[in-house]
Ligand binder design. Structure first.
Ligand code: AVI
Length: 317
């Protein structure tokens, strides 16, 4: 991980328009900050999807058309704290379905926390954790023999640019067998007055989440970012439907990254693009899935119509 991290930081900060991949937000401190974000009143995404998982659990399960007599793998990509998934796990078990829960996350720390809670609260669930990058993990799950239900929740897909999201859905489709299902959580396009505060909270947690990326570079790559010389700048363009986060250099400064043996210059007001969080509608989801053999067979939304869980099925052609 360290070598890829080093290389990705070098690529991003050497680009004419500087950027850092948002997947590196999630070290131990970043995981804890993300849990805080999910609990903030402004971050409506968690409550909206939880509403679907809690109040429409039976609809969700029937949309999956699972054969009760067959054991299946329930694989969650980017598992996080698993609060929503627990609703589904509980009900599936109560209804007598047979399955193994396989949470996958880039962060071993997030997986350890999740394993602890599941073992404590739902000890009867059979569970195997898997650490890794989603794209790489797809190569492994391809070989799993049992029918699969993939959970890709929380609008995690929104952190991939549309081209990458298409590539990911295509790869996911290749890792599945006909009739396997995907629950794809997608935050829906809505007014700026609702979306922007979710990425610009009053307590500054999202700011700390972004700044932690620079702290992580300081810690792991022996750099000397002065954290006071950068501010967080979120944006949301309703027409485009993408929330974007930037770190802005408040003055002209040089930063040394020891592990790269390089110095990077940041001009006053120069931005580092740290994250895209895309919002969706049916047309965009159809476009993203079009290249693959995953077809939309159902869609559940929360009571406010903020968020959707699309049910996709792998088809033969
Ligand atoms: C994980 N992901 C879907 C979050 C999002 O909404 O894009 C990450 C996040 N970034 C800032 N706040 C939350």
């Amino acid at each position: 991980m360290n070598a890829t991290f080093k290389n990705d930081v070098d690529l991003g900060l050497s680009a004419p328009t500087k950027y850092l991949p948002s997947k590196y937000f999630y070290d131990k401190k970043g995981d804890a900050l993300f849990v805080e974000i999910m609990n903030m009143p402004e971050y409506y995404l968690t409550d909206a999807e939880h509403d679907i998982f809690k109040n429409q659990t039976l609809n969700l399960i029937s949309a999956l058309k699972i054969n009760k007599t067959i054991n299946f793998d329930l694989i969650e990509l980017g598992a996080g704290d698993g609060i929503k998934t627990k609703e589904l796990l509980k009900t599936l078990k109560q209804l007598g379905f047979k399955f193994t829960f396989i949470p996958v996350d880039i962060s071993q720390n997030a997986l350890n926390n999740l394993e602890k809670t599941i073992k404590k609260e739902l000890p009867y669930i059979s569970m195997n954790t898997k650490q890794g990058d989603y794209f790489n993990v797809l190569e492994d799950i391809k070989w799993f023999q049992k029918p699969k239900v993939i959970l890709f929740l929380g609008s995690n897909i929104g952190n991939l640019k549309d081209g990458k999201a298409k590539e990911f859905i295509h790869k996911l489709s290749l890792a599945l067998n006909v009739n396997d299902k995907v629950i794809l959580g997608a935050d829906l396009i809505k007014p700026k007055s609702i979306v922007l505060p979710a990425y610009n909270d009053s307590k500054g947690i999202t700011k700390r989440f972004n700044i932690n990326l620079l702290e992580r570079i300081n810690r792991e790559l022996n750099a000397n970012f002065d954290l006071n010389n950068f501010k967080h700048q979120p944006e949301y363009n309703e027409k485009e439907g993408i929330a974007k986060s930037f770190l802005v250099s408040t003055k002209k400064q040089n930063v040394e990254i020891g592990a790269l043996n390089k110095t990077f210059t940041f001009y006053k007001n120069e931005r580092i693009h740290t994250e895209n969080s895309r919002k969706y509608n049916d047309t965009i989801i159809e476009d993203i899935t079009k290249v693959s053999k995953l077809k939309i067979i159902d869609k559940l939304t929360d009571s406010k119509n903020y968020f959707a869980d699309y049910i996709l099925e792998k088809t033969a052609e």
